[in-house]
Design a protein around this ligand. Structure first.
Ligand code: ADP
Ligand code: ZN
Length: 744
């Protein structure tokens, strides 16, 4: 695709960020920002929030100020922007005074487009003074507030200093404010609008569905560790996070993984700050694929290519689970979220809750635990449950990407047993918990039964035919289906509710899931094992090349001191491995390649691809399967035409670029492709004849690959010239006069 065939916003998206299309909602938010509206943007993690203020920042005159709560977040964002050639920086406590002055000067001179600061700094007198001067000299274009939920006590990450941002709003009433968050509750939303005094804001609420994430729950038992090994073993380089509940379990699991050949590092609050950040860094930079962590890890981590998030222990609540598992697949590529569940873990959490001093805290914690357990035990779509938690209704019956939708669990009718259990609850006068009820049903001889004379009840011993586990499972199913109630006062006393009576009266039948553990382990083992690998969707040949490109990316990233994903995301390397681009136009058509990445990485990546393919006799420049080699779009041809017309009118390459407001690079591309297409381009006008014959001689000596020729000719010859001559040579060759022309 050629840049100038697109509208200016899409053009800027491709040019600066390399993206071919907007993600859902992005364009709308960008347009409203350009129109100067206040906005509140709710998008899930990985939805692509940053771009919605970064692109307007580039298109608007003046400086965009971005408020961000964490240093790590600022660094990550600025790294990525810089690698896209965008003038962005931050000022925070890690900035030296000299450096700070330099950055302030740059802002005042209009050399910056984006400036990141923490809220405390934003509100300092010094910084407000700076803003005044910037406003006067170059203008402020936008105030973007990232993680805007921090303003609300109802969110999970309240930061009082966020409240004061409203002062900036009052100081610059004309400055549009763009608030962004991934926390969606109504209360938080209202808080943001009110506290920041947003003016009739445009509120954008994206769906919180993340279709690329595959959700699965497995029972946690003796086999679970082996399943983890299988999962990681299949794709040894894929990044994965494993969450555990305690420091001790983090340490133990990390150690066991290492003993079994999986490179993993621990992360928890008990480690020293230095060790913690070292482990985090090594994970982010792909030195180590697996990070085993407590929930202390994750906030502010922008690593987009995490391919799996495993909860090896129960998460605290469903919102936490959604956020933590949501750290997988930010790049939109398939990723996997796995939860290992056991009733033993549930009991542990219950015990911990019972230690809490405050009764209402206990009640809330217990309710949250029940929601998590209900999620884990559910046989309906996992996505539906999660989204339902945020008040969103998932369209359609089957999401097609969770275990329950892909391999539905069979259910069994257990109405008669349910009636036995419920009537036992009634006979015990709704004053006992599940264990006691099951004891009575099974005819146990406990002290409590003796004391209460419950062995005299008509329901005593009527459930001997089933095991204790089976009764407990039925009891939990009744609770989750709302056919029985449990008090939340910490005693968990069973109570009948109107629906219980419907069951007792035979007006409602009871279906519960068959035991999931045994059933699923045998049927889906194979399908699971291959998943992480399948995610890359590469043919065998491409996979090898992909690995080589990954290594190259890692080397380049290390040289620059940035994480590999800053150089290119996986999806870009996948496309390169498939399409094996060689010309600049082909390279630029790869998703994720913008103008600065083209400049910085064209030669080294196309060179590596060529070397790889030549050594194996593989074809270069393969058309992407997603974009079959259909006819070039009309507009693209006409863009080349336009360049040709101007060239024929006698304009130089630079003059054409100027005339068309395009980069000389782009015009050079047009000319190379026009020559390749057989247009009669006077090469003498582009490369002086003397220089040309030297280039031709070099090609004769070394063959057609560019790199050796460039190396031989040295600095004095540009890639552009060499490419033009090569295109011209190749065409002459096709026209069968290669020797004559080359030798003259
Ligand atoms: P969020 O802040 O909403 O979690 P980010 O802004 O970090 O999301 O974006 C997540 C990932 O998606 C990043 O790797 C980013 O480069 C990528 N991304 C954003 N917008 C697009 C787009 N239009 N096309 C392709 N990738 C995109
Ligand atoms: Zn589903």
């Amino acid at each position: 695709m050629l840049l100038d065939t697109l509208d200016p916003i899409a053009q800027a998206l491709k040019q600066h960020f390399g993206h071919a299309d907007f993600r859902a909602g992005q364009r709308e938010v960008v347009e409203q920002a350009l129109a100067g509206l206040d906005q509140l943007v709710l998008m899930p993690t990985g939805g692509g929030k940053s771009l919605t203020y970064q692109l307007p920042a580039l298109l608007l005159p003046g400086l965009t100020v971005v408020v961000s709560p964490l240093i790590a977040l600022m660094h990550d964002q600025v790294n990525r922007l810089r690698d896209n050639g965008i003038a962005a920086t931050f000022i925070n406590s890690s900035t030296t005074p000299e450096e700070r002055t330099r950055r302030e000067q740059a802002a005042l001179k209009g050399e910056l487009k984006l400036l990141y600061v923490a809220p405390e700094r934003l509100l300092s007198e010094g910084f407000l003074g700076l803003l005044d001067r910037i406003d006067e000299r170059v203008g402020l274009s936008l105030l973007a507030i990232d993680e805007a939920h921090c303003i609300s006590e109802w969110g999970h990450d309240f930061r009082p200093e966020y409240r004061k941002i409203v002062q900036v709003r009052e100081r610059y009433p004309q400055l549009p404010v763009l608030c962004l968050t991934a926390t969606a509750t109504e209360r938080v939303r209202e808080d943001i609008v009110r506290q920041l005094a947003l003016k009739t804001p445009h509120v954008h609420i994206a769906s919180f569905n993340r279709p690329n994430l595959y959700y699965e729950v497995r029972s946690k038992d003796r086999r679970s560790f082996a399943e983890l090994l299988d999962l990681f073993g299949e794709a040894p380089d894929a990044s994965a996070i494993v969450y555990c509940q305690s420091r001790k379990s983090v340490e133990q699991l990390a150690e066991r993984l290492n003993e079994n050949g999986i490179r993993a590092l621990p992360y928890h609050a008990g480690l020293g700050a230095k060790e913690r950040s070292n482990h985090q860094e090594r994970f982010i930079c792909d030195d180590v694929p697996v990070l085993v962590a407590t929930v202390a890890f994750g906030m502010g981590i922008g690593k987009p290519d995490v391919r799996a998030v495993v909860h090896y222990d129960l998460p605290r609540n469903l919102e936490g689970y959604y956020q933590e598992s949501g750290r997988a697949g930010r790049d939109g590529q398939p990723a996997k979220c796995l939860l290992f569940f056991s009733h033993g873990d549930r009991a542990k959490v219950e015990y911990m809750i019972a230690q809490k001093p405050d009764a209402s805290e206990q009640r809330i914690a217990r309710q949250q635990l029940n929601q998590v357990v209900a999620y884990a035990e559910s046989t309906i779509c996992r996505r539906r449950i999660q989204l339902g938690y945020f008040g969103e209704v998932l369209g359609g019956e089957n999401c097609g990407n969770c275990d329950n939708c892909l391999s539905p669990v069979a259910s069994e009718e257990r109405t008669v047993d349910a009636q036995k259990l419920l009537s036992c609850v009634a006979r015990c006068q709704e004053r006992f918990g599940m264990r006691h009820i099951v004891d009575v049903l099974r005819g146990a001889n406990s002290q409590k039964i003796q004391e209460r004379s419950h062995d005299k009840l008509s329901t005593y011993g009527i459930g001997k035919d089933r095991s204790e586990d089976e009764w407990l499972r039925l009891g939990r199913a009744l609770l989750h289906q709302g056919l029985l109630t449990e008090t939340t006062d910490g005693y968990s006393v069973l109570k009948l509710n109107p629906r219980s009576w419907e069951v007792l009266q035979g007006r409602q039948s009871v279906l519960i899931a068959q035991v999931a553990s045994t059933q699923k382990a045998s049927t889906t083992g194979r399908q699971r094992r291959t998943q992480l690998r399948e995610e890359m969707q590469l043919p065998a040949e491409g996979e090898d090349l992909f690995q080589q490109l990954r290594q190259l990316r890692k080397r380049l990233a290390d040289e620059q001191g940035v994480p590999p994903y800053v150089v290119f995301p996986d999806a870009t390397l996948v496309a390169m491995a498939q399409q094996r681009p060689q010309s600049e136009a082909q390279f630029q058509a790869i998703p994720g390649v913008g103008h600065r990445k083209l400049e910085a990485y064209f030669t080294v990546f196309t060179g590596a691809i060529r070397t790889y393919c030549e050594a194996r006799n593989l074809p270069l420049a393969v058309a992407s399967p997603a974009q079959p080699p259909k006819a070039r779009p009309e507009l693209e041809v006409s863009s080349h035409r336009r360049t040709l017309e101007l060239f024929e009118r006698g304009l130089s390459l630079e003059a054409i670029a100027e005339e068309r407001s395009l980069k000389p690079n782009t015009i050079e591309n047009h000319l190379v492709e026009l020559i390749e297409a057989g247009e009669d381009i006077d090469i003498d006008r582009l490369v002086q004849p003397g220089r040309r014959s030297l280039i031709v001689a070099a090609f004769h000596r070394l063959g057609l690959p560019m790199k050796p020729v460039k190396e031989l000719l040295g600095e004095a010859y540009s890639y552009g010239e060499i490419r033009l001559v090569r295109a011209w040579l190749e065409r002459s060759d096709r026209e069968n006069s290669f020797i004559e022309k080359g030798a003259k």
